[in-house]
Write a protein that binds this ligand. Structure first.
Ligand SMILES: *Cc1c(COP(=O)(O)O)cnc(C)c1O
Length: 380
């Protein structure tokens, strides 16, 4: 790499394009793909990723808030965007002006949106969210029919979507089935009566990988688009996993190499004391770059194609690794935090396990200080 970064992320756009292509293959040509790009496209950089996805078969975007919706608007005007989070009262006018589709859970929200639409002489596309067991947003399944009828009566609203969200599809097939049963029981009479929804969606990445037969007319993947397989107690077929390639690699450098005698304490709190003479490298990344401190004493990195354990506490800008097993490590050498080096690979899911968390958090924790370098942008 021809640059002088201390800590950076490489985003391989070809992998992203292929991951989305595989999802397209899996759902077929008639299902809409709502790519979830919240939290800066899971840390990959929203603008660049949105631009790429617009050319690669995304039909609609899912975001968490208005700033994210506006970032997409800045890349491609007119692209459909759904705000998955609740819209705060003071945000509604801006959302209506920007033509962002909104998620409704209550009649009170619906009335506020309707009033704003009338004021602005616009109409707003809305999706009703049904809480079938996640317990976060959404109308309770039993009250959903009432909300649907009310929303259909309100001026300025176009009810074009309905959805629910799994709480544990990766781990608990029975509960996923129960959530689907609740959702279907609500939908069946509506669909039978000829009610159609442009966007009818349930499946996140886990459901896409585990439950191919439960796709409605729209799917809502995040993690899988970035090539990361969600951790699961249920078995995800390895043939499926092989189709997804992680788009993001995360790297830093060796800043210092030293030999320390047995008995040397390393890093804050003196939690690690060398039990033997060791060779140690100080790296140019820390929790200020988003490398989770909970990985102290647990995580490993790749140097020279070998796994090297993190020793002592991870600090804001630096961390220490044991390189005793390596012969020639030099200042400036490339260190892989996530990604491949020679034959070895550290996945976001593996790093998450070391840090006691989930890959979604590992990716979104990577901070602004880490430049994202895009590769493969002109390949298609
Ligand atoms: C984040 C999110 C998704 C995407 O989930 P993945 O597990 O990353 O695929 C889908 N739907 C909703 C409502 C979300 O909040």
């Amino acid at each position: 790499m021809n640059h002088s970064y201390r800590c950076w992320a490489e985003v391989d756009l070809t992998s992203l394009r292929e991951n989305l292509g595989w999802i397209r293959h899996r759902v077929g040509p008639d299902v809409k793909i709502m790519t979830v790009v919240k939290a800066d496209a899971y840390g990959h950089g929203l603008k660049q990723i949105a631009a790429l996805l617009m050319q690669s078969g995304t039909d609609v975007f899912g975001v968490a808030n208005l700033a994210e919706a506006q970032a997409i608007r800045a890349v491609g005007r007119g692209w459909p965007v759904l705000m998955l989070g609740a819209c705060l009262p003071e945000e509604i006018e801006r959302a209506v002006r920007d033509d962002v589709m909104l998620t409704l859970s209550t009649l009170a929200e619906a009335k506020l949106v309707s009033a704003a639409a009338l004021r602005l002489k616009r109409s707003v596309g809305v999706h009703i969210k049904v809480d079938t067991g996640m317990g976060r947003l959404g109308v309770a399944t039993e009250q959903a029919r009432e909300l649907i009828s009310a929303v259909e009566q309100l001026p300025g609203l176009r009810l074009i979507g309905i959805y629910t969200h799994y709480a544990a599809v990766e781990d608990d097939a029975a509960f996923a089935r129960e959530q689907r049963r609740r959702f279907n029981r609500l939908l069946a009479p509506l669909l039978k009566a000829g009610r159609a929804f442009e966007y009818l969606h349930v499946n996140n990445s886990g459901a896409l990988l585990l439950e191919k037969t439960t796709i409605f007319n729209t799917v809502r993947p995040g993690l899988a688009v970035y090539g990361v397989v969600p951790p699961a107690k249920r078995r995800i077929a390895s043939v499926l996993k092989r189709h997804l390639r992680p788009a993001l690699s995360w790297k830093c450098r060796v800043g210092l190499v030293k030999e320390v005698p047995a008995g040397t304490p390393l890093s804050y709190g003196r939690t690690f004391i060398a039990s033997r003479p060791m060779r140690v490298a100080t790296l140019t990344a820390g929790y200020g770059d988003g490398y989770l401190r909970s990985g102290s004493g647990q995580a490993q990195v790749l140097i020279g194609g070998k796994l090297c354990p993190v020793v002592g506490r991870i600090t804001m800008d630096q961390m220490l690794v044991d390189i005793s097993a390596l012969k020639r490590v030099r200042v400036g050498d490339e260190v892989v935090l996530i990604g491949r080096q020679r034959r070895k690979e550290i996945t976001a899911a593996q790093l998450a396990e070391w840090a006691g968390t989930i890959p979604w958090e590992v990716l979104t924790a990577i901070t602004y200080r880490v430049p994202r370098v895009y590769l493969g942008g002109h390949a298609s």
